[in-house]
Design a protein around this ligand. Structure first.
Ligand code: ADP
Ligand code: MG
Length: 299
């Protein structure tokens, strides 16, 4: 963060598995933050450009996109950003992004290009959500280098748990190298069916895993299963084809309720943190206390 700019909450939504709810969560959680009054930017870092499409922008019509952040052709990253709605903006993707992995293989600062670009946007956005591609390659590493937090969208299946181990390993590597401040905030359960016994078992395994690691110095030391889980809701699957967030497409649907409720405590905790940073340190209070008992032999 450049000196003097307001703090920015940069969150990477990451899971190397496709179809788990990354894009749906990025777009609708970002929209929920915007509705809560936060200037929010979605960065689409997936060459499939699903978040871009979901927010109603056709990647085929774009001359510039997130790809330009990696080639250094764009003098000002702000020129890539599109305003989508009140307090909601998008840094769109195009399929060109797929080339980044090979084109930058030999570039020494290739892991920090996104971080630099976001720094140059300064404090314009208070929340930045990065939709990662379904891989653990250079694009995802750029997202992890630029972010302070990781949120893992996943479905509560046994096999998904195994993928979480691999994902945390990548987070650990990045936190030991490029970004020591990186923290895993938690898991968002997507397409959730709380009535299934198997689902409940997976969720309690996940909670037990996080609880068992509280004493270790890992980036997921404070991670939790975020609530509420996002229920399976057909409206969430429909809204991308209309280029709308769930709040614009079906504001009364369970999907809108769930994403709004998921955003609420995240916004509250951030507001508290900001208030604490802004307020001067509390004055030292002197409490009248009995004189300390004399020590030593004399007395
Ligand atoms: P990813 O970005 O991880 O590949 P998506 O967010 O694109 O995953 O979700 C995969 C598919 O599941 C999409 O078709 C999306 O519309 C659908 N989907 C995501 N979340 C839900 C949900 N809670 N209920 C119903 N469909 C969902
Ligand atoms: Mg996606």
């Amino acid at each position: 963060m450049p000196d003097g700019a307001r703090p920015v909450r940069v969150i990477a939504l990451m899971n190397q598995k496709g179809g788990v709810g990354k894009t749906t969560t990025t777009v609708n959680l970002a929209a929920a933050f915007a509705r809560a009054g936060k200037d929010t930017l979605v960065v689409d870092l997936d060459p499939q450009a699903h978040a871009t499409l979901h927010l109603g922008v056709d990647p085929g019509t774009l001359e510039h996109s997130a790809y330009d952040l990696f080639t250094g052709d764009v003098p000002d990253p702000a020129s890539l950003v599109r305003e989508i709605g009140p307090k909601l903006s998008l840094l769109p993707a195009t399929t060109d992004l797929a080339g980044v992995e090979s084109e930058l293989a030999a570039s020494p600062d290739r892991q920090r290009l996104l971080e630099r670009a976001l720094d140059r946007l300064g404090g314009r956005y208070e929340f930045v959500l990065i939709d990662c591609p379904p891989s653990l390659g250079l694009l995802t590493v750029n997202a992890l280098a630029a972010a302070r937090e990781v949120i893992i969208p996943m479905q509560a299946h046994f096999l998904a748990l195994q993928g979480v181990g691999k994902l945390l390993e990548t987070v650990q590597i990045v936190s030991r190298g490029v970004n020591p401040r990186l923290r895993v905030t938690g898991v968002v359960l997507c397409m959730h069916d709380p009535s299934s016994t198997h689902t409940r078992e997976v969720v309690s395994d996940l909670e037990a895993f996080f609880d068992a690691g509280r004493e270790q110095e890992t980036p997921w030391r404070f991670a939790r299963v975020l609530r509420p889980a996002i229920r399976r809701n057909i409206k969430l699957a429909e809204c991308p084809s209309f280029g709308k967030t769930i709040f614009d497409y079906a504001p009364d649907a369970p999907g809108a309720q769930d994403y709004a409720a998921l955003a609420e405590p995240l916004v509250k905790e951030w507001n508290l943190l900001m208030a604490r940073l802004a307020s001067p340190p509390a004055p030292t209070v002197t409490i009248a206390s009995p004189a300390p008992a004399p020590t030593g032999a004399a007395g």
